[in-house]
Design a protein around this ligand. Structure first.
Ligand SMILES: Cc1[nH+]cc(COP(=O)(O)O)c(CN[C@@H](CCC(=O)O)C(=O)O)c1O
Length: 305
């Protein structure tokens, strides 16, 4: 990624992509205390627009508060940084990565002179797991890794260090020929994917885990709203892996993953073994919303021009 051209917003300045560097003794590089966001901008009828910019920035600040990291810029400045990162790189659609990290002011767990720095990068990033999987659905496996308990890494914060758990789970799933992992929580109930929230459908009712160990996903929130508007019942409950086996449909949601159908869990076909009908309806609604084709949800879009 470091050999691209373009610019990156770094502590209030736009710097050349290849010059956006940090010292090898950057504290977050060693200890993982940092927070970040994943945001998408889409081509929309009113021009390239960022989807739910304010919600993502709010969560970034909430994550920093949970991690007790002092933010050196305001939410408005970070909103503008994200708009500028898309605009000044001439991107028609983009994945945007704001990230807050402790610099190289000090080392050791007891360093007391650390300063929080913020970068905002943007680049073109298509379908997270491939266009074909948005229709065909993906194959997943229950992970041997357990999702964090909030008293381990405080799961309402999107924190850098908590993604070692995600990488271990995803690498294990891929090594077993799957596309993604399904992680259970410390009590053995379904939590989420390595980078997505989880939903299933049974007898026309949509279920998703309660927000205990899972990230409070903005796409999850969006899909619940769109499902209610479409007249579906959505229940948040403890979900067991064997309930997923006998579900009619299942899917993941996330900024990167968007709405990705799940066709199989632990070598058991889910429903028809491909994208289910309610999944297809919600996926289509989601893409209408992010591309500005849904009049009632234009408030979720912020143009970058
Ligand atoms: C653990 C986790 N759970 C749920 C979600 C969905 O949250 P939201 O994007 O607000 O709907 C994400 C986003 N995962 C981000 C990171 C992907 C990456 O590979 O990096 C993303 O989707 O941008 C997670 O990382």
């Amino acid at each position: 990624m470091d050999d691209r051209d373009g610019v990156i917003w770094f502590d209030g300045e736009m710097v050349n992509w290849r010059d956006a560097k940090t010292h090898v003794l950057t504290h977050t590089l060693h200890y993982g205390m940092g927070v970040f966001e994943g945001v998408r901008a889409y081509e929309a009828e009113q021009g390239t627009s960022i989807f739910r910019l304010e919600a993502h920035t709010k969560r970034l600040f909430n994550s920093a508060k949970i991690m007790n990291m002092p933010m050196p810029f305001t939410p408005e400045q970070i909103n503008e940084a994200q708009r500028a990162a898309v605009r000044e790189n001439g991107l028609k659609s983009a994945y945007i990565r704001p990230m807050v990290f402790y610099g190289s002011e000090g080392m050791g767990l007891r360093a007391d002179n650390l300063k929080a720095h913020i970068v905002v990068a943007a680049w073109e990033w298509g379908a997270y797991m491939g266009e074909e999987n948005l229709k065909r659905g993906i194959k997943i496996a229950t992970s041997s890794f357990t999702r964090h308990h909030p008293n381990i890494t405080m799961t309402k914060a999107k924190s850098n260090g908590s993604y070692m758990n995600s990488m271990l789970a995803l690498q294990e799933a891929i090594s077993h020929g799957c596309d993604e992992a399904l992680l259970l929580d410390t009590q053995g109930y379904v939590s989420e994917g390595s980078g997505e929230n989880f939903f299933m459908v049974r007898d026309g009712v949509i279920y998703t885990p309660e927000l205990t160990s899972a990230l409070d996903g903005i796409t999850r929130n969006t899909i619940i709203r769109l499902a209610h508007e479409a007249g579906y019942e959505v229940r948040e409950k403890c979900i067991t892996r064997d309930e997923v086996y006998i579900a009619d449909e299942a899917f993941f949601t996330g900024t990167a993953a968007e709405v990705t159908p799940i066709r199989e869990l632990d070598n058991r076909k889910i429903g028809s073994g491909s994208r289910g009908p309610i999944t297809e309806i919600l996926q289509a609604k989601y893409f209408d919303v992010v591309h500005g084709r849904s009049a009632e949800h234009l408030g979720w879009l912020t143009t970058v021009a």
